[in-house]
Design a binder for this molecule. Structure first.
Ligand SMILES: Nc1ncnc2c1ncn2[C@@H]1O[C@H](COP(=O)(O)OP(=O)(O)OP(=O)(O)O)[C@@H](O)[C@H]1O
Ligand SMILES: [Mg+2]
Length: 291
């Protein structure tokens, strides 16, 4: 039995400490393989499971998160860094209450941020930590430092690939850089635009065989999302397929993937998004290189 004072103390610590936040990067070697679409759908599917989800839109391409969801954020992270707006003020809400943090060109290039900007980011995000369960980071494609520093600061890295030679070799190249330069040891492979279950597994096996031979990493198969015309239709409608066509094959695959992601245990050492930004900072100081 605990003494009353002791149990009070434990109770207090439970309340005072925010629950750990799962910070998950959605990334790829090759562009256009379906990262943003995955990110948006995974976020909504997790929200439907009762999770409080935030997307950090660090993909500065044309079809970014707000475009896919038909949102028009008036502000972005650049306004936070210049002290014109708070993080809360720039966040836009999407379907199922998901929260989207719009980044801006160059803003999350941690190598180039000033110390003051680093501090603002850490302070802003740590104040939000107690309000979210999952932070999904939609990165740009490729192996630029700005992408790899971001991905490697996350607890889990989802690598999206399609079953085509360039997407597979580029996914391998990305994992190679993340493992050799940043010590990332674990990757979750998501096969997108597959025609059948076997095709997704074959794609995974190709990556697993190559990385088993040459890299010190472990690959898990997160699952496959079929090629589905309703994905394209929902994008045209600026909606997520899990929202617009929940019965479609792609939406059901997304829901299954969300179920798996939901079961991942957050890293107990990373008790808030704070750790995510501190990871980023640490890398910038220790190993990040300008390119
Ligand atoms: N499962 C799918 N079925 C059918 N079409 C798909 C599927 N996934 C993605 N697409 C198509 O691929 C396009 C690119 O997807 P998305 O924008 O998510 O890729 P991305 O990896 O984020 O691209 P970028 O590297 O430019 O950021 C979509 O607009 C859609 O037309
Ligand atoms: Mg994208």
């Amino acid at each position: 039995m605990l003494e009353p004072a002791q149990s009070d103390e434990i109770q207090f610590r439970r309340i005072a400490r925010p629950d750990p936040v799962k910070v998950v990067a959605v990334t790829s070697g090759k562009g256009g393989v379906g990262k943003t679409n995955t990110c948006v759908n995974l976020a909504i599917a997790l929200a439907k499971r009762g999770k409080r989800v935030m997307i950090l839109d660090a993909d500065l391409g044309l079809a970014n998160v707000d475009v896919l969801l038909g949102l028009q954020p008036p502000f972005d992270l650049s306004h936070v860094l210049s002290d014109q707006r708070t993080l809360e003020e720039i966040i836009v809400e999407g379907p199922e209450g998901i929260q989207v943090v719009p980044a801006a060109s160059g803003v999350l290039d941690m190598v180039r941020l000033t110390d003051q900007e680093h501090d603002i980011l850490i302070r802003s995000f740590s104040s939000l930590a107690r309000d979210i369960d999952v932070l999904l980071v939609d990165t740009a494609a490729g192996i630029a430092d700005s992408v790899t520093t971001l991905a490697s600061a996350c607890q889990e890295v989802i690598v999206v690939a399609c079953n085509e030679p360039a997407a597979i070799t580029d996914a391998y190249a990305l994992m190679k850089v993340l493992s050799l330069n940043y010590g990332v040891r674990k990757f979750q492979i998501l096969s997108n635009r597959i025609n059948n279950t076997q095709e997704g597994l074959t794609l995974f096996n190709k990556l697993a065989i190559a990385s088993d031979r040459f890299l010190d990493v472990s690959l898990r198969y997160l699952g496959g999302i079929p090629e589905d015309a309703l994905v394209r239709r929902s994008i045209e409608q600026q909606r997520a397929v899990v929202d617009a066509y929940p019965g479609s094959t792609a939406a059901r695959a997304m829901a299954r993937i969300a179920q798996v992601v939901d079961r991942w245990q957050p890293d107990p050492a990373a008790e808030s998004t704070n750790t995510f930004f501190q990871n980023l900072l640490g890398q910038t100081v220790n190993g990040g290189q300008d390119n």
